[in-house]
Design a protein around this ligand. Structure first.
Ligand code: SF4
Length: 381
């Protein structure tokens, strides 16, 4: 019987989990059928314990977070994905595109937060020339020298390659020269062709996304991976997506973190769908930890999972809480619609992790630990 780092026995009530536990103990890779059984189990505590054991093997009680700022430079988008509440449309959000002055002012407004990472994504705004993206990176670098720029999903990268007149690889090399440091997840949502054709037919399909991702690896860039779940996807399609990423990682070794993103239906064309439950969110984290044996980190994105579910997720396989975020325009919190000030202070982040009896570790974008800022922790004012 496996033990956690705290020495406690794993107690499993579901015979299917007992079999899967034996596989994990012997280092055998879990199969597609195992993935489905993990999602279907009623033994949530058993599932969580299995995932937690794998989390603790890798990271002990450490829980990582980064001081980051999100910038969503435009909400004008020609793709019109059915699950998206962000893009501007009639009876929806008003269109905007940030000019460089606005980007610079956004960063300077958070000067006191000691941000180490700027996370940039936006819509496919066909009015923007390739030079806009170069200027965007230059502006961020100038406003915050030394920061890590995690920017542009595979969808944006493919669009930029189309308008740059360069190959995708040369486009990536060019963006790197101007400060691009890594690529966020997103753009694929779920690898199922059925879901693609139903919800986001104008975006890359999974084969095309994989090609972009291979090119990202070839350019020597780290990539993050995600899955949008809780809409029309089946359990099998969730498992297929995890296996799709596992296979890609076996080949390219450039994915550092996986983040399951809970779907928020409000203000989308799927607004009649219910929200995911906390149980589903925890299962998603736990199954991801167990299936993705070749991806180091599993993140609970507190903006979508809520800080409270994220605290619990730290015992269900997650070892990363994302970051302070500060602003987020892609989804809004349920109780504060249209409020894009969705930040957690450094003090609150550390407190949330400690309340969950885990060890907070501030990290850089490549998971190098940084010393905790005791000054802020001791004086949150
Ligand atoms: Fe555009 Fe991205 Fe929204 Fe799709 S998800 S409509 S690509 S902004």
């Amino acid at each position: 019987m496996a033990k956690t780092n705290h020495g406690s026995q794993i107690v499993l009530k579901d015979p299917e989990l007992i079999q899967i536990s034996s596989k994990l103990e012997s280092g055998e890779r879990l199969s597609s059928e195992d993935g489905v059984k993990l999602f279907q189990t009623d033994d949530l505590n058993g599932l969580g314990q299995l995932a937690n054991a794998q989390r603790e093997l890798r990271h002990g009680a450490n829980t990582y977070f980064v001081r980051n700022l999100h910038i969503n430079y435009t909400n004008i988008c020609s793709n019109g994905c059915r699950f998206c509440s962000f893009y501007s449309r009639r009876n929806g959000p008003q269109p905007y595109t940030l000019d460089y002055e606005a980007v610079k002012n956004r960063i300077l407004a958070y000067r006191g937060e000691r941000i180490t990472e700027v996370h940039i994504v936006g819509g496919i705004n066909k009015a923007l020339p390739y030079g806009y993206y170069i200027g965007l990176l230059d502006t961020v670098k100038e406003a915050l020298p030394g920061c890590h720029i995690k920017a542009f999903t595979a969808v944006e990268l493919q669009h930029m390659a189309q308008i740059s007149g360069l190959s995708l690889l040369d486009t990536l090399e060019d963006l790197k020269v101007h400060g691009l440091s890594s690529i966020p997840g997103g753009g694929i949502e779920v690898s199922s062709r059925r879901v693609h054709d139903t919800l986001f037919p104008n975006k890359l399909n999974s084969d095309q996304w994989k090609e972009v991702s291979r090119c990202v690896a070839k350019a020597g860039l780290t990539q993050y991976a995600t899955m949008l779940y809780g809409h029309i996807e089946t359990i099998q399609e969730r498992v297929d997506h995890l296996l799709f990423l596992r296979e890609l990682q076996d080949e390219c070794h450039h994915i550092v973190t996986f983040t399951p993103l809970a779907f928020h239906p409000e203000d989308t064309l799927l607004s009649s769908l219910p929200h995911t439950s906390g149980i589903d969110d925890l299962k998603m984290i736990a199954v991801s930890r167990l299936m993705l044996d070749n991806i180091s980190h599993i993140k609970t994105f507190w903006v979508m999972n809520t800080p409270e579910v994220s605290q619990t997720a730290l015992w269900y396989g997650a070892d990363d809480m994302d970051g302070t975020v500060l602003r987020y325009e892609i989804t809004y919190s349920d109780d504060r619609p249209q409020d894009n000030e969705q930040g957690l202070s450094y003090y609150k982040m550390v407190r949330l992790v400690r309340q969950a009896h885990r060890i907070p570790v501030e990290r850089d974008s490549f998971y190098m630990p940084l010393p905790l800022d005791e000054e802020i922790i001791n004086d949150p004012s």
